[in-house]
Design a protein around this ligand. Structure first.
Ligand code: G16
Length: 546
């Protein structure tokens, strides 16, 4: 593409997607996220960048997902997906931020500079897959994305409303046809097909109940499960709630984030004592489980629980298949409950790595294991299996002794149920249901593996959340000066006390986490630390109360 053709970049911007706000926007934990009405020019520009990225990757397909995932309805967002279905390479986040913030007048020259900087061959073909969640602002933003792609003579392919993980999956399949077919139907065939396969090999026994209630967060995940439900037969009886009808609002008082943070049952889901409920988030990339007991007490089974369940089952199958030289490890963040980390290292004897928040960091760390299980406590995670591990397991499935073969074949089905590209609520749900069925577990028995330390999460609004800096996988605060010392003083009197603070990368808030030996103590510690943040980091609005 000759440089003169870049004029269209400015023309499209001025005529169709002008920059109407001077608010600085940054590529955060999971792309750009803010109020939907501030995003049109950003999404258009990310369409441009996706084309440049595709060309740098020799014409391989790049993904663009229009979503604000767990955020409430007025927000929206955009993130780029790299050719293997993983998050955009981190070194490009700064480039994305630069392109998103230049004025319309400087857009053409900045685009030219970026093309030169990344050495993109603009004569190559470029392919971009675009997906969106169910927000009413998403179609308009998806159109802006497609226009950005077209402006640089790339080829957009629109997938309409899909879960975020489906889009990641389709990008991966488009660039690696051994992984599957790059369509929504291809996704169902692979993931749901593998679940049905494995379930035919397992008998329902013990306390496992094939009925599962699902909270769809009034988003896309529940809608897709409604399609899947019809093909499930007797393996799993899904009762779906919060599918977006009856005035239910996206992620409002429902969904995985609400359930995890508030530790309350979502609205809109029928209450039946001890019934296990799977709660998805708005774009279907997070999953937590819960049940209420006969006194309505909430029992949460979060991402830590899912990680330990999956890691222990995979370990069991690896051991039974007698596969040698497969190193399994688990990746968590600072939000992981201290009790889960102790259980993983002491009981499961699996090594644990702790990294910064954001699945992109977890995914990266998990790659260093032969089998890497990574989950954030908020239910965002998956399992990745190295080529080496897959090869060893395949060989045993073909050549091993009968018992070894059986375990290895189950493991291969398990691999096929997994969406290895990114955390995926639907894939994770089928993985969890597989393990619960294989072990004859009810949710109540699943919970018995270990006792969580009581914890509390709070949000504090400050003038500039970037005034907070952290280190040591976000467990220590380095700025503003004195805040970490104050946190240490506040934590000291609490038995099993732990607390940290960090700026959110998806919402304009500072997040506070605290855990301690009782719920009362965890709540109090969180409130005290929230006050310290408010006082020392420029809090706005009402000071948090104890
Ligand atoms: C996104 C990220 C997650 C992260 C979450 C909250 O989730 O993908 O890795 O844990 O945001 O991030 P923060 O605390 O920085 O706001 P989702 O489900 O919203 O895409």
């Amino acid at each position: 593409m000759p440089p003169s053709s870049l004029r269209v970049v400015y023309a499209f911007a001025r005529e169709m997607h002008p920059k109407t706000s001077d608010v600085f926007i940054e590529y955060g934990t999971a792309g750009f996220r803010t109020k939907a009405n501030l995003l049109e020019h950003v999404v258009y520009r990310m369409g441009l960048l996706a084309v440049i990225r595709s060309r740098v990757k020799n014409g391989r397909t790049i993904g663009m997902m229009i979503t604000a995932s767990h955020n409430l309805e007025p927000d929206n967002g955009v993130k780029l997906v790299d050719p293997d279905g993983e998050m955009l390479e981190q070194s490009w986040e700064e480039i994305a931020t630069r392109l998103a913030n230049v004025s319309d007048n400087d857009l053409e020259s900045t685009t030219a500079e970026i093309i030169k900087q990344v050495n993109a061959d603009m004569s190559l073909k470029a392919s971009v897959f675009i997906g969106m969640d169910t927000r009413y602002t998403s179609p308009r933003l998806a159109a802006a994305a497609a226009n950005g792609v077209i402006a640089l003579k790339g080829t957009p392919k629109e997938f309409g409303i899909v879960t975020t993980p489906m889009l990641h999956y389709c990008v991966k399949c488009r660039n690696d046809n051994t992984y599957g077919t790059p369509t929504e139907e291809g996704y169902y065939e692979k993931i749901v097909g593998a679940f049905k396969n494995i379930r035919q090999k397992l008998s329902v026994w013990g306390d496992y109940d094939t009925t599962l209630y699902v909270d769809g967060a009034n988003g896309v995940g529940g809608k897709k499960l409604n399609i899947i439900k019809k093909s499930l037969g007797g393996e799993l009886d899904l009762k779906l709630y919060n599918l977006g009808g009856n005035g239910g609002k996206l992620n409002l008082n429902c969904g995985a984030d609400f359930v995890k943070v508030s530790q309350k049952a979502p609205v809109g889901v029928e209450h039946a004592p001890f019934q296990r409920v799977a709660s998805l988030d708005g774009d279907g990339d997070r999953l937590v489980y819960y049940y209420l007991n006969d006194t309505d007490k909430m029992n949460l089974l979060d991402g830590d629980r899912i990680a330990t369940l999956l890691a222990s089952y995979i370990t069991e199958l690896v051991t039974a298949s007698e596969a040698q030289d497969i190193r399994l490890g688990l990746v968590q963040t600072a939000y992981a409950n201290g009790a889960s980390t102790a259980y993983i290292t002491k009981h499961l004897k699996v090594p644990v790595t702790c990294v910064k928040t954001g699945v992109k960091h977890l995914h990266h760390a998990a790659l260093s294991y032969d089998i890497g299980v990574y989950f954030e406590a908020n239910g965002h995670g998956t399992v990745i299996y190295s080529d080496k591990a897959k090869k060893i397991i395949r060989k045993i499935a073909q050549e091993g002794e009968p018992e070894q073969r059986k375990a290895a074949q189950l493991l291969l089905d398990f691999v096929d149920i997994t969406n290895e590209t990114v955390g995926d609520a639907i894939s994770d749900l089928f993985l969890v249901e597989t393990v619960l069925c294989a072990r004859g577990l009810s949710a109540a028995r699943w919970l018995k593996a270990y006792d969580d330390l009581p914890c509390r999460q709070l949000k504090v609004t400050v003038k500039d959340r970037n005034a907070i800096s952290t280190t040591d996988a976000e467990r220590q605060c380095t700025a503003p000066e004195g805040l970490q010392t104050r946190i240490n003083e506040l934590v000291a009197p609490y038995k099993h006390g732990r607390s940290f603070v960090r700026p959110s990368g998806t919402e304009d808030v500072v997040r506070v986490y605290a855990e301690a030996d009782t719920q009362e103590s965890a709540d109090k510690l969180a409130a005290e630390v929230a006050q310290a943040v408010f006082d020392q980091a420029g809090g706005v609005g009402d000071r948090p109360t104890l």
